[in-house]
Ligand binder design. Structure first.
Ligand code: BDR
Ligand code: CA
Length: 322
């Protein structure tokens, strides 16, 4: 039944954890590994959380520790007010056994796994893209051996939104814009699930309560960790519920028909007031654009059937408990 063999590159992170629960339950997804990266919290915290999530929801899946900082800048401050000081909504996590941590750094784990299974591995990346850029730098040949890359990141102004951490940048891209620009330049198949569609896909309080009541252990976990995230959303975006950022990338992987995409090469601004801004030159645009020339096309999500995406998550968590 496996259709997608995934390395999940993640900075857990509440919405990262929600996406992991979905992948662990989905019959068409085989998790080949989880790789941590700095972002929503320090690398120590995101790695601890990745181990915790693997041990609780995906036992036996290897976890490798990734980059502690971006390629060229300092690591950002942890986002405790968004994801909690523990990165998972301050729910009081138990001690985690670090013994099962893979001995390789994440970028080496990624490159070696791709080499071992050419044409099979999907990289689902929902944090800063540093691990992917480091893997490419070490072994550029992996690009043609990866099946596809799906990332949550960026914003293309479709609904008037260009960013969530600055007026011009989405968090994952802003954390390491140099890495993102390298990842979008490599000759692999890249799909980008950005704020244009994740801001359309809101898990409301009522939706999350229903998942809690019908989704067994996973449903209660999603409810527990999302309490902190929901408070942040209501204070910052006046939203009643949470944006389904990272889950949307997993949903796109298994149900791309729920999304409308637009092709064309993507560049990332790496300095100045628009640092982290993602800009696509859509196919057919008749302008002279040497900075986009010769770069591969990426599929950027520009539309979403949000009820369909939310229904998919509901079915995955709740049908098995019905
Ligand atoms: C992205 O930033 C992180 O805070 C979330 O986990 C998500 O990956 C949304 O901009
Ligand atoms: Ca994330």
């Amino acid at each position: 039944m496996t259709l997608h063999t995934v390395i999940y590159d993640t900075d857990p992170g509440i919405d990262d954890a929600i996406a992991l629960v979905f992948q662990a339950l989905h019959p068409e997804i085989e998790l080949a590994g989880i790789t941590s990266v700095f972002g929503n919290a320090s690398i120590a915290t995101t790695t601890r959380n990745a181990l915790y999530l693997a041990q609780r929801f995906a036992p036996g899946v290897p976890v490798a520790r990734g980059a502690a900082a971006p390629l060229q800048c300092m690591a950002p401050e942890p986002l405790g007010w968004i994801h909690g000081d523990d990165g998972l909504g301050n729910i009081g996590l138990p001690e985690v056994d670090h013994a099962p941590l893979d001995s390789r750094p994440a970028h080496q784990f990624i490159a070696e796994t791709v080499r071992a299974r050419p044409g099979e591995i999907t990289l689902l990346a929902v944090g800063p893209l540093t691990n992917l850029a480091l893997a490419l730098a070490d072994d550029p040949g992996i690009a043609e051996r990866v099946k596809e890359v799906v990332i949550m990141g960026g914003a293309f102004g479709i609904g008037g939104v260009l960013g969530n951490v600055t007026p011009a940048a989405e968090a994952n891209i802003h954390c390491d814009p140099h890495a993102a620009d390298l990842v979008f330049a490599a000759p692999w198949k890249v799909s980008i699930v950005g704020l244009d569609v994740t801001h359309e896909t809101v898990m409301t309080t009522a939706y999350l309560a229903s998942i809690r009541d019908r989704g067994g252990d996973a449903g209660r976990f999603v409810w527990d960790i999302s309490r902190h995230y929901e408070r942040f959303h209501s204070e910052s975006d006046q939203a009643t519920g949470i944006f389904a950022h990272d889950y949307s990338a997993a949903a796109y992987l298994v149900a791309p028909h729920l999304y409308e995409t637009r092709g064309g090469p993507v560049r990332v601004v790496t300095e100045g007031i628009a640092n982290g801004l993602t800009i696509q030159k859509p196919f057919g645009m008749q302008v002279d654009a040497p900075d986009w020339e010769g770069r591969p096309s990426c599929e950027v999500c520009v539309g979403v059937d949000a009820p369909g995406v939310l229904d998919l998550f509901d079915r995955m968590l709740c049908d098995q408990n019905a």
